[in-house]
Design a protein around this ligand. Structure first.
Ligand code: GTP
Ligand code: MG
Length: 537
């Protein structure tokens, strides 16, 4: 896999990030878009305000601690011994904003075989991120296995099993740059068996490309019945993605017919709006991944007669960059743990997206759940060693003083002085999808939070809410059915036995949006998604 070497340093949009937590109106807008109703009319405004006050107090405490830290330099054993003051880093980041490209995380999703890996493999090649020699090599080797059509997909499908079967199994992370943006690219699997991997990838993304198969019958297979086009769209939206690029692929198979492209757009548009995507935030781009049509450029004879919009890469280049919560406490949910050597560093390493805050070399971090801390020995972003890394970037953290068995996929790294609550029970506001059986109290689910999935029970149904107003329409309902919005309590199932599996680090959405989103699945289908209102115990 190609990892492009890019200059270090990051930036976000020109304006400064808002203080955490999100203002109530922003929270409301986000929840309403997902059909979750307005939190205050659901009776939870108090909780939101309480959470905000708590965060404010925490911030005040942090500020006090920061001041202490700079003067006593690590006198408190828990306080990170920082070599660069946070203010200095922020100053540097603001200066770089003017000259460097902002970073976005992009997940590529869609039904199995829609052409996701081929599309992005080809994009990376067209952008010069992979060499002709690498592609030739993939072509020769995949031909030998009778899988010649997967040559570009091999850019991401690196495991033997993936190459033999011609399907993506695990997410692959890479990076590339367009004229005005840098991207962390997450190639997700489409096969339904690997949805947990897809969720782990999508949880790390700001934005998504939804690839659909435009060939005759191909779109329908993914969109109707048990196809993954719908489920993936719902999942990425539930995980916080608001901008979507729909790549209508394989149009070569329908002779680049405009009518086919329009028909697909007409079917997707109402569905995506209903899923919570604002129409203005969704772009539809006709493409041919195999031939490279309309990725970076268009050939005269193919799409030019009827399509005048942007190419896929032009569209990516103009995506909005979210404001990062740089001043919030550091949160790194771990999506990968490995021991060994990279090109630049060695030792126990974990990787994941920095959801908020700043991490720097020399900092002591707690790994939750658990009582262990480790020291950041080195940091790597896009294959380069960096002195610090910021919210929004995908980093590899090399740790010392902690063993591999003391943390795992789903652990959260945070400063020991600003820990994430580790709980076995929480209140959530959810939207119910299409469960085979109605949800009742005691309903068993798999709870998904970032890269973690853990057995849980919907312990109680507290209220059904009106989706538009958020008003309670029914208190203590007996069951939740398709499409309803509700307040529930969730209990982790192995809580009684204690240990790692019985509790997870999680925060209310009002305190940290990226740490407060949850999904619930049962028997291989996603039954509900929502946000954490309050941690309980
Ligand atoms: P999973 O990750 O397993 O879900 O699949 P994917 O969406 O990554 O699809 P992949 O890139 O592996 O491609 C699946 C098949 O579609 C391969 O045989 C590709 O050659 C084919 N394919 C991809 N793009 C195009 C295209 O533009 N035109 C045609 N005709 N076939 C394509
Ligand atoms: Mg793939």
């Amino acid at each position: 896999m190609s990892i492009k070497k890019v200059p270090t340093g990051h930036q976000q949009q020109a304006s400064l990030p808002p203080p955490v937590p999100a203002p109530v109106n922003a929270l409301r807008a986000d929840m309403e878009a997902m059909g979750l109703g307005a939190p205050e009319s659901a009776g939870s405004l108090l909780q939101v305000e309480r959470a905000q006050k708590q965060a404010q107090r925490q911030r005040q405490q942090e500020e006090d601690e920061d001041t202490t830290m700079t003067t006593t330099n690590g006198a408190d054993d828990d306080a990170p011994v920082l070599s660069i003051a946070k203010e200095k880093i922020l100053e540097e980041v603001r200066a770089k904003e003017k000259t460097e490209k902002p970073v976005l995380s992009l997940v590529v999703v869609g039904h199995v075989d829609a052409g996701k890996s081929t599309l992005m493999g080809r994009v990376l090649h067209e952008l010069g991120e992979t060499s002709d020699k690498e592609i030739l090599n993939y072509q020769r080797q995949s031909d030998k296995m009778g899988k010649g059509s997967f040559a570009y997909a091999w850019t991401f499908d690196a495991m033997d099993e993936e190459r033999e079967r011609g399907v993506t199994i695990d997410v692959a992370i890479d990076s590339f740059a367009t004229p005005h943006r840098r991207f962390t690219l997450i190639d997700a699997p489409g096969h339904r068996d690997f949805i947990p991997n897809m969720i782990s990838g999508a949880a790390q993304a700001d934005t998504a490309i939804l690839v659909v198969d435009g060939s005759s019958g191909g779109f329908e297979k993914g969109f109707e019945g048990g196809g993954q086009t719908r489920e993936h769209a719902v999942l990425v939206r539930s995980l916080g993605v608001q901008q979507l690029v729909v790549a209508v692929n394989k149009l070569d198979a329908v002779r680049w017919a405009q009518s086919r492209f329009e028909a697909i757009r007409e079917q997707l548009q109402p569905f995506l709006t209903q899923t919570g995507f604002q129409p203005a935030k969704v772009a539809y781009i006709p493409v041919g991944a195999m031939s490279g049509e309309n990725l970076v450029s268009r050939s005269d004879e193919i799409l030019k007669s009827w399509y005048e919009g942007p190419t896929l890469v032009e569209q990516l280049d103009s995506l909005d960059v979210p404001v990062r919560a740089l001043e919030a406490p550091l949160r790194i949910p771990v999506s990968n743990v490995f021991k060994g050597q990279s090109a630049t560093a060695s030792g126990l390493a974990v990787s994941g997206r920095i959801e908020s805050g700043i991490v720097q070399v020399g900092e002591k971090l707690a790994a939750l759940p658990g009582d262990e801390t480790g020291l950041v020995r080195a940091l790597e972003v896009d294959g380069e060693l960096v002195p610090y890394a910021l919210a929004g970037s995908n980093a590899t953290v090399f740790l010392s003083g902690i063993e591999a068995n003391q943390l795992g996929v789903g652990s959260v790294l945070c400063p020991p002085s600003q820990m994430v609550p580790v709980v076995s029970s929480f209140a959530a506001q959810v939207i119910v999808f299409e469960p085979k059986y109605p949800i009742t109290a005691g309903y068993a689910v798999e709870l998904f939070h970032h890269s973690r999935d853990i057995p849980a029970t919907i312990a109680s149904l507290d209220a059904i809410l009106d989706k538009a107003s958020g008003q309670v329409t029914k208190a203590k309902p007996r069951m939740l059915t398709k499409g309803c919005s509700a307040r529930i309590k969730v209990q982790l199932r192995n809580a009684a036995s204690g240990g790692r599996s019985g509790a997870i680090p999680i925060e209310p959405f009002s305190i940290n949006k990226n740490m407060g989103r949850v999904l619930f699945r049962r028997n291989g289908e996603t039954v509900a998604a929502g946000i954490v209102l309050e941690t309980l115990q």
